[in-house]
Design a protein around this ligand. Structure first.
Ligand code: AMP
Length: 174
C-alpha cells in the first residue's frame, strides 16, 4: 500500500469527541508506529518543495509533534504558537474561534525575524481559524511564510479559504 494510504488507514475516527457532533481524527496510531510517523514527516517535509526553511512554526499541541520533527529533518529551527498563558517571554496574541470553542494563541515577539522563511505546520486543518490566527501573528512579525502544511485537511469545512493567499498543503483529505 502507498505511504499515504497506510497513513489514512491508521487515522482513527472517534465519534462525539470532545463534543457531540465532532468526529475527532485521532493521529496517535500514526505517532505510535515508527514507519508511519517517519513517513508522515517525510511527506510534510516534501511540501516545502526544496525551499530552505529558517524556522518551522508549530501549533499547540499536536502540531508541535509534527512541526518539531519536520524542523529537525529540514535543519530548521522550531517555534511554538501556544495557547494563552503558556509562553514565558513577551508575546503577541490573537483571538480566534475553532470548530469546538474559542481561544487565544500567542507567539514570542522575538521568535521570528522579519524576512525569515517560515513553514507553518499543524496536525489538522478544520475551520482554519487556528491556522489563520497563527498566520496573522507571523504576518505581523514580517515573516516570509512559504506555506501551511497539515497532515489532515477536513475539506468540507473550507478552512483553506481563511488562509488565502498562502499555499496550503495537506497529506490526507477528508
Ligand atoms: P480549526 O481552527 O477549526 O482549523 O481547528 C484546528 C485545530 O483543532 C487543529 O489544531 C486540530 O488539532 C484541532 N481539531 C479541530 N477539529 C478536529 C477534528 N475533527 N479532529 C482532530 N482535531 C481537530
Amino acid at each position: 500500500m502507498p505511504a499515504v494510504e497506510c497513513l489514512r488507514a491508521a487515522v482513527r475516527d472517534v465519534v462525539d469527541f470532545p463534543k457531540p457532533g465532532i468526529v475527532f481524527k485521532d493521529i496517535t496510531p500514526i505517532l505510535a508506529d515508527g514507519k508511519l510517523f517517519r513517513d508522515s514527516i517525510s511527506l510534510l517535509c516534501a511540501t516545502a518543495g526544496g525551499v530552505t526553511i529558517d524556522k518551522v512554526v508549530g501549533i499547540d499541541a499536536r502540531g508541535f509533534i509534527f512541526a518539531a520533527a519536520v524542523a529537525d529533518r529540514l535543519g530548521a529551527g522550531f517555534v511554538p504558537v501556544r495557547k494563552k498563558g503558556k509562553l514565558p517571554w513577551k508575546t503577541r496574541q490573537t483571538a480566534y474561534s475553532l470548530e469546538y470553542g474559542e481561544a487565544i494563541v500567542e507567539l514570542h515577539e522575538d521568535a521570528v525575524k522579519p524576512g525569515e522563511t517560515i513553514l507553518l505546520v499543524d496536525d489538522l486543518l478544520a475551520t482554519g481559524g487556528t491556522a489563520a490566527a497563527a498566520v496573522k501573528l507571523l504576518d505581523e512579525l514580517g515573516a516570509n511564510l512559504i506555506g501551511i502544511s497539515v497532515l489532515i485537511e477536513l475539506t468540507f469545512l473550507q478552512g483553506r479559504a481563511k488562509l488565502v493567499p498562502h499555499p496550503v498543503h495537506s497529506i490526507l483529505t477528508y
